[in-house]
Each structure stands twice: as structure tokens, then as C-alpha cells.
Design a protein around this ligand. Structure first.
Ligand code: SF4
Length: 453
């Protein structure tokens, strides 16, 4: 008699295989792209020239799908709340559901509406521009030295697309009614030279995140020259190129001159024993399309060590088990992108409606465990001011009433050389006030009244 088999994998809270298809949505369904050819669509120049920069451009693309009430809602947000200006390539607009723009997850983070923001608590009382205090830790202009062995090099303050929740809203993009952006003071050539100079003099740094803004906006010859010099520095062993453009404008990475330069960069890295990888930022499964996959394959074929995703957890966009696992499997199965991090959104102004509490982040980490291979299970990560990245379960203490979590660290940031307490101090991260019980909300109401006085 055959042994009775007990395993039954059919009943799970998340179902695999996915029902979602891996395909490029047909752009000609959108009124603004009716006559657009494949050749135009796949041209980076055409994409950049046709990126939406204002409400009129959005109306031209979506036609009657962008109803008057939605248009008014977007305009009001731009005038009263937005911290980033509008800039969205057609590739990214094409991943939105034109039939339900109000609920669409990509729209919800790329084109915020006034009605999306939290009415009572649009801001945490302690929210701030440059909430991670990166510019305080600049070793030279744009070079943040926060961790012992790694630095962040901000090459440029622009991107091919501007995300509503951008952490670097202080510096990145054009000024908007609510935010006058800071500007780099020195010219790119001098800034890059100063960064390289610092790295030559600082052998304790082995790992450089080359970011912005977005490296897709750095002219490729400049990027190549910088990276070649960087790879001549003997202490540099790891380089990560940060670009959301890989998803928002994959056409950029499929241009001949860009591919040739990236190939030379990858070869030099291999010859020098340096690991070079690309880090991207995809927040929803519907943004993972074949053009993105094609650009990733080119990078992997030419020897990039990996392409990894650092998404951001945004309420109403991707904060359910279904959303996160679907995104991870789309990345892994189809685009060959490694799910790596999901960041908690940072405490910048007007971002409260997107942010989660630590408890919510912990639950999401719990809910996604066990479905993906261990090496592709992303960590939910908090960027704690003056600390850096911590895994969501690493907190030292948590006051659930006031929504204050306490974090510690085992190293000094670049500005704490003489700080005796840096390694024993407890650093705070704050939950959105509206997620707290009434007594916690009352506490913050009093605090914000005290600040206002
Ligand atoms: S691509 Fe990155 S740096 Fe640029 S706006 Fe988006 S989040 Fe900010």
C-alpha cells in the first residue's frame, strides 16, 4: 500500500506562481502615445524629451482618464504640499493604470495628490529636510562618510524622474513652492576631484556607493572617468551604482555609448578584483517590465556582479504581503534583480501618509519570510538618524504609546571622532503620530504646541 502523503502546499496566504504577466503595457492605449512607434519608445532621447513636467503634460498623456477632480487634487498638492517637482518619463507613466489613477500605486508615489496626505498629521513634529543629516557628514562636498568602511558619493542632484517621497528632497530636483533646494557650491569637476582625493587619503574606506540624484543623469563620459579614477585607488573593493533610472528609464542603459562605457567599467573592475553592482529602486510589481529586464541582462552579461533592489515601503503603494512578495518574485523571476532592502520611508516633511510604524514594518518582515530564497529575502530596514541602517527587529527599546523606538550602534559616524557617548547613546526613530493610541497622540499634540510657541 502506498504511503499516505501529508505535504499539501496549496493553502498559503500568498499564492505562487504569480498571475501577473511580465509584459510591456501597450503605450498606444494612452491618448498621448497613440501614434508612438516602438523605435521612438525605445529611444532614451525620445523618453527624456517627452517626460511629463507639469499637469498639462499629464493631461496630454492621459486625456479624459485624468479627470478634473484628479487634476485639481494634483495641482493643489503641488502648490501646498509637494517637496519634489514633477518629472516622469513615459516608460513610468505607462506602468500606471489610467483607468483608476486615484488608486494606482505608482501614481500614489510619483504624482502625489493633496487628498492623499494625512489631514491631521501631514508632518511628524520632528520631521526635517535632510532627515538623515547626510550633509553634516560630508567629508567633501557630496561625499557622506557615515559608516567606518563605506561612503556615499552624490555625483549629481538631478534624476530622470522625481519621486514624491525622495529622502534627498533637500538637494535633489528643482525648487518647489514649499522647498527651496540647496545647491552644490562647487563645479562637478572640482567636487569629484575632492571626493577622489579624500578616498586616496582614507584607506579605511573600501566601499563607495556612487549615487545622486541618479547616475543615469551623469553624462556617461564623466561617470566613466570618475569610476576609472576611483578604481585606481587600491583600498576600493566594492562599488555600487545607484539608479532608479534603470526602472524609470531603462532605455538609457540600452544606448550604445552607455553600454560600451559600462562594459569598459565592468572589465576594469574585474581586472582589479573590484565588485561592481547596480542598485535600483523599484516599489511596485507593475513597474517590472521586459525593457527593465533587458537592461539588467546587459549589465549582468557584461560582468556586473549583481543588480539589487532597494525599495521603499510606502503606505498605499506596497505595504501588504501580497504587494511585497509579488514585487520580489517579479524582480527575481523575470528581471533578474535581487530583492535586497525595503526601507522605511524617512521622516521628511509631508511624508506621514506614506510612513509606517516600526510595528507595521516588523509585521511585514514577518509576513514575507519563508516564501523567497534566503539570499533573496529583502530586509526591512530603518535609516535611523545619526546611526544608519538597522534591521527592523534590531531596536533596543520601543515605547509603543509615544511611537519612539531606540537604537544603538557599534561605530562612530564621520562627525563623532571625539564624541565619548556615540557608542552608548540611544538614538530615536519616530512612528507616524496617527498610528499611536490616543494618549500617544495627545503627547505629540502637546509637543508640537510647545514647538509652535
Ligand atoms: S530617483 Fe532617488 S534621488 Fe531621484 S527623486 Fe527618486 S528617490 Fe530621490
Amino acid at each position: 500500500m502506498a504511503k499516505k502523503v501529508k505535504a499539501d502546499a496549496s493553502r498559503q496566504p500568498f499564492q505562487y506562481p504569480l498571475k501577473r504577466e511580465f509584459r510591456e503595457p501597450d503605450w498606444t492605449r494612452l491618448p498621448g502615445y497613440k501614434g508612438v512607434t516602438k523605435e521612438q519608445w525605445e529611444s532614451a532621447l525620445w523618453q527624456r524629451q517627452h517626460s511629463a513636467k507639469n499637469l498639462k503634460d499629464l493631461k496630454d498623456v492621459f486625456g479624459p482618464f485624468l479627470t478634473d477632480d484628479i487634476a485639481e487634487d494634483i495641482l493643489r498638492d503641488q502648490n501646498e504640499k509637494a517637496t519634489m517637482s514633477l518629472l516622469i518619463p513615459p516608460q513610468m507613466l505607462n506602468t500606471m493604470n489610467e483607468k483608476d489613477l486615484r488608486a494606482d500605486p505608482v501614481r500614489r508615489y510619483m504624482i502625489p495628490m493633496f487628498s492623499d496626505r494625512h489631514k491631521e498629521w501631514p508632518n511628524h513634529p520632528k520631521a526635517s529636510r535632510d532627515s538623515l543629516h547626510e550633509s553634516e557628514m560630508w567629508a567633501s562636498e557630496g561625499l557622506t562618510h557615515r559608516y567606518p568602511t563605506k561612503v556615499l558619493a552624490e555625483m549629481i542632484a538631478t534624476c530622470p524622474q522625481y519621486c514624491g517621497h525622495c529622502t534627498r528632497m533637500d538637494l535633489v530636483g528643482n525648487s518647489v513652492p514649499q522647498v527651496t533646494k540647496h545647491k552644490f557650491e562647487s563645479q562637478p569637476k572640482d567636487r569629484y576631484a575632492a571626493m577622489l582625493d579624500y578616498l586616496r587619503k582614507t584607506p579605511s574606506v573600501r566601499d563607495v556607493v556612487v549615487s545622486g540624484g541618479d547616475i543615469a543623469n551623469v553624462p556617461i563620459a564623466q561617470l566613466e572617468a570618475f569610476l576609472m579614477e576611483l578604481m585606481d585607488i587600491p583600498n576600493i573593493k566594492d562599488i555600487r551604482l545607484a539608479t532608479k533610472g534603470l526602472q524609470g528609464l531603462p532605455q538609457h542603459f540600452l544606448q550604445d555609448d552607455v553600454l560600451k562605457a559600462l562594459e569598459r567599467i565592468s572589465k576594469r573592475a574585474w581586472d582589479r578584483g573590484i565588485d561592481i553592482a547596480v542598485h535600483t529602486h523599484v516599489n511596485h510589481a507593475q513597474q517590472v517590465t521586459p525593457l527593465v529586464g533587458k537592461a539588467v541582462r546587459k549589465l549582468l552579461e557584461m560582468g556586473f556582479r549583481d543588480v539589487r533592489n532597494q525599495g521603499v515601503l510606502l503606505r498605499g503603494v506596497n505595504t501588504t504581503r501580497q504587494d511585497l512578495l509579488e514585487l520580489c518574485f517579479m524582480l527575481l523571476d523575470h528581471a533578474k534583480i535581487m530583492p535586497y532592502y525595503f526601507y522605511m520611508a524617512d521622516m521628511i516633511p509631508n511624508s506621514e501618509h506614506w510612513r509606517l510604524s516600526i510595528a507595521e514594518g516588523q509585521k511585514l518582515q514577518h509576513d514575507i519570510m519563508g516564501y523567497l530564497p534566503g539570499f533573496a529575502t529583502p530586509r526591512v530596514t530603518v535609516d535611523v538618524p545619526y546611526v544608519g541602517k538597522r534591521w527592523i527587529h534590531q531596536l533596543a527599546d520601543y515605547d509603543r504609546v509615544k511611537g519612539i523606538s531606540y537604537w544603538t550602534k557599534g561605530y562612530r559616524t564621520g562627525i563623532e571622532a571625539d564624541d565619548e557617548d556615540a557608542l552608548t547613546r540611544r538614538y530615536e526613530y519616530l512612528d507616524p503620530v496617527y498610528t499611536l493610541p490616543p494618549e500617544g497622540q495627545a503627547y505629540w499634540k502637546k509637543e508640537s504646541e510647545a514647538v509652535a510657541r
